[in-house]
Write a protein that binds this ligand. Structure first.
Ligand code: SAH
Length: 254
């Protein structure tokens, strides 16, 4: 039996131009592709390749399935949007390995990086991640809400730029509203905010605003919300959207 393996592949934020050559090559050699339905559906059908599309809530089962297939000699691509190590499948696979057998620990696994949503959004907006930043997922499916509150508070107090992933979904419209209520009590209302939706896709939409004026209802499950530090600023431009950036030097160092 040929040696199987798992390739954990980041598909980038959407368009093919943001898929790395390494990721494309992995998708071409995989005998099996495992992932969340919309990502797997997006990939072209290939002769001899089996697609296993599953619901988003079964990450660990998906990881277990990938390990089983790899141990049967298959070359399994486990796909995630963006980077597979950022709020995505790579950690789920390692959770399954950690809880698994010696055969699981011996399985050949490679993680292939991708462009994460915050990087794509930052590139669209200008350079908001030009100085210290943090990324926080607002999904309370996988962690208690009081941890999210603690992290948002610490991020605001640390004056980090904050990239918010999973700000809202149809089933969970509330987190982004609660997050904004909290952040408004901790940061200046003039703080720049950007809602970067479906960056790189045909339905891309970017809304630039401030913490005081933002309507959190703009955010949906395809939106990356960027909240500035005290240094983040807009550069207004005649007839064009302003740039958003965070200077390299902080405060008096500038
Ligand atoms: N692994 C992914 C993140 C998965 S969590 C990555 O590295 O990007 C899913 C969240 O990512 C979404 O709720 C949204 O906040 C963000 N996201 C993914 N693709 C996006 C895109 N094209 N534009 C804006 N945000 C996106």
């Amino acid at each position: 039996m040929s040696a199987g393996k798992i390739l954990i592949v980041g598909l980038g934020p959407g368009p093919d131009k943001w898929l790395t050559p390494e990721a494309s090559a992995a998708l071409a050699v995989a005998t099996d592709v495992i992932g969340y339905i919309p990502y797997v559906d997006r990939l072209p059908a290939r002769a001899g390749q089996t697609k296993h599309a599953t619901d988003n809530r079964v990450e660990i089962d998906r990881a277990r399935h990938a390990l089983d297939l790899a141990q049967q000699g298959r070359v399994v691509a486990v796909v995630s949007g963006g980077d597979p190590g950022v709020f995505a499948m790579a950690a789920a696979v390692f959770e399954a390995v950690d809880a698994g057998s010696d055969a699981d620990k011996a399985t050949d696994i490679q993680v292939l990086p991708g462009i994460s949503a915050m990087q794509a959004a930052a590139a669209r907006l200008g350079a908001p991640l030009g100085h210290d930043f943090c990324a926080i997922s607002l999904s309370d499916n996988l962690k208690p809400w009081d941890v999210i509150i603690r992290r948002l508070t610490a991020a605001a107090e640390g004056d980090f730029v904050i990239a918010l992933y999973n700000p809202a979904s149809k089933a969970r419209p509330q987190p982004i509203h609660d997050a904004f209520t909290l952040l408004r009590s901790l940061k200046k209302s003039s703080t720049p905010v950007a809602f970067a939706r479906a960056v790189g896709r045909p339905d891309e939409r970017v809304v630039l605003t401030t913490l005081g004026e933002a309507d959190p209802a703009v955010a949906d499950m395809s939106t990356l919300v960027m909240i500035g530090s005290s240094e983040t600023r807009f550069i207004d431009r005649e007839g064009k959207e302003p740039w958003l950036y965070t200077p390299r030097h902080y405060g008096a160092m500038r």
